[in-house]
Ligand binder design. Structure first.
Ligand code: FCB
Length: 458
């Protein structure tokens, strides 16, 4: 059964630049372009060209958003498209693309919600040391400032970073994501400098005229599968959640992590004066929720989750990840209550700041009907139960303002390439053609029917 969604609860869809844009020749290279060239790094060898060829197909994709009837579209801006090389002069063609995107959304009555960084770091900045270096945070603020200057009059809400945990830990500790480094100490420095970049960018963007600035985290409840794993779960939670919530609220690196990760780093990059920069008040916060992290006893050779092997958590005691059925194609446990709990936790940690669920969705088995329509009932169930979970948290007092489904369309799912599909629209990676799945029709009806239960019920 579909959830009863109040009229004032915003519904949208989300995408990210590297996963959909293509047109690589129109921009600088990113860490993901280089990573995609490494044999075996991406499961099916997919690259950022053409991805969904979205740059060339902008107008038709805007029409798809209008057909869905979404209130808002969350997209990300490619740093190497706006500032090729990561520093220096912005590209007028790059900024021009986002101008067209933003104007096209507004013309269709859709709110533009822009994320400044969804993992595609300019390659040159990685070659100069990447996020483990403080300099990268300064360059990020420069890029955020020129972008805000150009689009700040029209973008309705901004996020600085998408899921800094993913850039820092799968990127620099386990190496499952670009830039593919396996250096736990560098990962901790990356997490820190990402959050410094966030704070500097908020300030720079406000000065450039942008308003409604926040950040998108992926806080996942961490559950100990057995009582003796409580300690390991606390370690994982410190790195997955507490680190980012504490830095974001000006508390600095949690004391327990300073001790827990002493074998990987001496934390010499920490500077007391940074606390206030990172803790700059924000206007809203985004939560990307897919699953919980269930920590089980070590089981050599046992299951490790996509992007979540133990190496992504520096200095963690021996553990395994032990998701319980039902699982999605990502082998992620389906547990809507985790979203309720994550929203409560965020609202307690960052009080008086409205929350949007900025990503939620599922990769599930699909089938094609005689008429060619892709049937994906498990996706509808997943979206439905998680929208209901967000509304439950709202009923319980959390200030949740809206929900974005991941994703508008199938796209290059990072290290899984095209093998994993999250889209409401099916995309044929060869021809680039798109078609709405049954879930797209369902979402469209849900958006349209918002509030009607109130009227029907009197
Ligand atoms: C999130 C990412 C998004 C997408 C989904 C499935 O972690 O932000 O780009 O890959 O997972």
């Amino acid at each position: 059964m579909s959830p009863q969604v109040p009229r004032d609860f915003q519904l949208g869809v989300a995408t990210s630049s590297w996963q959909i844009e293509g047109d690589v020749t129109g921009r600088g290279l990113s860490t993901w372009d280089e990573f995609a060239q490494r044999p075996g790094a991406i499961l099916d060898g997919a690259t950022g060209e053409p991805a969904c060829d979205h740059v060339r197909r902008l107008d038709e994709d805007l029409d798809r958003l209008a057909w869905l009837g979404v209130d808002a579209y969350r997209f990300s801006i490619s740093w190497p498209r706006v500032v090729p090389g990561g520093a220096g002069q912005p590209s007028s063609a790059g900024l021009g693309f986002y101008d067209r995107l933003v104007d096209g959304l507004l013309a269709r009555g859709i709110e533009p919600v822009a994320t400044m960084y969804h993992w595609d770091l300019p390659l040159e900045l990685e070659q100069a040391g990447g996020w483990p270096k403080r300099e990268t945070a300064l360059r990020f603020a420069d890029y955020a400032s020129v972008t805000a200057e150009r689009l700040g009059d029209r973008v309705v809400r901004w996020a600085t970073l998408n899921e800094p945990w993913c850039t820092a830990f799968p990127g620099y500790a386990s190496g499952y994501f670009a830039p593919g480094r396996r250096e736990p100490g560098a990962a901790l420095a990356a997490a820190y400098h990402l959050m410094l970049g966030h704070g500097l960018a908020v300030d720079a963007m406000r000065q450039a005229g942008a308003r409604n600035i926040g950040i998108v985290l992926n806080c996942f409840p961490v559950l100990a599968d057995t009582p003796e794993m409580a300690e390991a779960a606390a370690h994982v939670d410190g790195l997955q959640n507490q680190l980012f919530l504490d830095l974001l609220t000006g508390k600095g690196v949690p004391a327990q992590l300073l001790a827990r990760c002493a074998a990987s780093t001496d934390w010499s990059f920490v500077n007391e004066a940074d606390r206030a920069i990172m803790g700059v008040p924000i206007d809203w916060i985004g939560e990307n929720y897919y699953t919980v992290t269930r920590v089980g006893p070590p089981a050599p050779g046992d299951w490790t989750s996509i992007a979540k092997d133990g190496d992504a958590y520096p200095d963690a005691p021996p553990l395994s990840f032990a998701p319980r059925a039902p699982l999605t194609d990502m082998e992620w446990e389906v547990i809507p209550q985790g979203l309720v709990d994550a929203l409560h936790r965020i609202s307690q940690a960052v009080p008086d700041v409205p929350i949007w669920v900025t990503e939620n969705g599922a990769a599930v088995p699909e089938s094609r009907g005689a008429n060619g329509l892709v049937h994906d009932p498990l996706r509808v169930d997943y979206l439905s139960s998680h929208i209901a979970a967000a509304l439950q948290a709202r009923d319980e007092g959390v200030d949740v303002r809206g929900y974005f489904a991941w994703s508008l369309m199938d796209n290059v799912e990072w290290a899984s390439g095209w093998t994993i599909k999250f889209g409401l629209f099916a995309v044929d990676p060869t021809s680039g053609t798109r078609a709405p799945k049954a879930s797209a029709h369902w979402y469209r009806r849900l958006i349209e029917s918002r509030g009607s239960f109130l009227e029907a019920g009197g």
